[in-house]
Design a binder for this molecule. Structure first.
Ligand code: UGA
Length: 437
């Protein structure tokens, strides 16, 4: 099928590449001329495992191309996806101005029937507004249908999530649009759930906030574990073995970050309030998430006493492993806070260094070229993101390089007993701290 995707950011690019990979003809559009030029020259603006290869393969096969023209895209495709950012406003609300602008742009060049699909994460009832907008600016009076088709891909494993989805959600009112959408997704051989537009939009916010709830739940349990001497890993295994609960998203840590959960949780709270049914449970999820980071910082302060002039190594800056994304990264917030308190930070991240250098709140950080180098002369090591690479670092060497071997592991990467035997003072999340005998 002939498809176009307006917005070549994270979701747009990955979706476009995967649609092309299953045989559709895809045009990816962006209003950033520099980005389009780079993509045309074969440069991929984000790091996502496997993405570059899929893009190159499909560009060579002439199934995927890039343009700055919405008109060219709409003219040459049956279905037009909108995948533009929906950032958070300072009041927690969602900024839908990009969606509205694209809806107007599409309407202005719409000459015959098209299905317009919203893939961006939006609050419930946005589809209605998109349809109204297109109707209002529809110069040629062309027929169209609006569909909501939320994405559930995770950064770091986006290609696999897209190619092997648990489910496809299609929110639509017209049978014809539903048939076309089903045809697009036929090659993915995944269960398809057809709903009305509002339900599809709500599924996305409800899914993300439920996952965030699981994380905050286990993080709240981790505080109880620390206070009582229990082990949060064992508790997570024990409850996760119940198939009704499941072990996924029960890894205690320093809280969730990224470009999705924090923003979507705020948006869900706001829309529920606007609808007159405040979702207080999700407010608590948000509160626990902030408290978890504060608790971790409190442990660091308690053990180091004063942070001023302390040399602290930080491993991991991205909001999770296998991405170069630092947006709303808890690791970045931790570094910023420790810098504010006068600590000297040397940090290392396998993929996030380039972007990290541009983060203003981390100015003053010394960026090193390896995890080991970051620990040179350090008085403490903070593990903020659980990259595989860190599990393979020679810990005996780390201990040798550090001035005082104190580790604060915000992601429970290591076994406390092993750390004790290696001679570390080791503090992790929801597990008893250990000190060398
Ligand atoms: C999330 C959802 O998982 C996707 O299904 C959704 O499509 C996406 O948001 C989106 O809305 O676009 P993503 O933000 O890429 O995906 O990352 P996750 O793997 O969900 O992790 C989010 C945060 O939760 C990370 O900071 C991670 O470290 C944290 N996390 C995750 C935990 O602290 N514990 C866990 O057990 C799992």
């Amino acid at each position: 099928m002939d498809l176009s995707i307006i917005g070549s950011g994270y979701v747009g690019l990955v979706t476009g590449a995967c649609f092309a990979d299953v045989g559709h003809n895809v045009i990816c559009v962006d209003n950033d001329a520099g980005k389009i030029e780079a993509l045309q020259a074969g440069k991929i603006p984000i790091y996502e495992p496997g993405l570059e290869e899929v893009i190159h393969r499909n560009v060579s096969a002439h199934r995927l191309r890039f343009t700055g023209s919405v008109e060219e895209a709409v003219d040459n495709s049956q279905i037009v996806f909108i995948a533009v950012p929906t950032p958070q406003k300072p009041n927690g609300d969602v900024d839908l101005s990009f969606i509205e602008k694209v809806a107007r742009e599409i309407a202005g060049v719409l000459k015959s029937y098209r299905v317009i699909v919203d893939k961006s994460t939006v609050p419930v009832k946005t589809g209605e507004k998109v349809a109204e907008s297109i109707k209002r600016y529809n110069r040629h009076g062309a027929k169209f249908d609006v569909v909501s088709n939320p994405e559930f891909l995770r950064e770091g494993c986006a290609i696999s999530d897209l190619m092997h989805p648990d489910r496809i959600v299609i929110g639509a009112e017209s049978e014809h649009a539903i048939d076309l959408m089903k045809k697009i997704y036929e090659p993915f051989m995944a269960p398809i759930l057809v709903t009305d537009i509002n339900s599809a939009e709500l599924i996305k916010h409800a899914a993300n906030s439920f996952l965030a709830l699981k994380i905050s739940y286990i993080n709240a349990v981790s505080a109880i574990c620390e206070a009582s001497g229990a082990d949060v890993e064992k508790v997570a295994d024990g409850i996760g073995m119940d198939r009704r609960i499941g072990r996924n998203f029960l890894d205690a840590g320093i809280g969730y970050g990224g470009s999705c959960f924090p923003k979507d949780i705020s948006a869900f709270i706001t829309i529920s309030e606007q609808l007159g049914v405040p979702f207080n449970l999700i407010k608590e999820v948000q509160r626990i998430n902030v408290a978890q980071r504060e608790r971790f910082l409190k442990t660091i302060r308690e053990k180091l006493w004063v942070l001023r002039d302390k040399k602290i190594a930080v491993w991991g800056l991205t909001f999770k492993p296998d991405t170069d994304d630092l947006r709303s990264s808890v690791a970045v917030e931790l570094v910023a806070e420790m810098l504010r308190e006068g600590a000297q930070i040397s940090a290392y991240d396998p993929k996030g260094m380039e972007k990290a250098r541009e983060v203003k709140t981390m100015a003053g950080t010394k960026f090193t070229s390896s995890a080991l180098e970051a620990t040179d002369g350090a008085e403490a090591l903070v593990i903020a993101t659980e990259w595989d690479e860190f599990a393979n670092v020679d810990l005996a060497m780390v201990k040798e390089r550090m001035t005082t071997p104190i580790v604060f592991d915000g992601r429970n990467m290591f076994n406390p007993e092993t750390m004790r035997q290696l001679g570390f003072h080791y503090h992790s999340i929801g597990r008893a701290s250990v000190v060398p005998r």
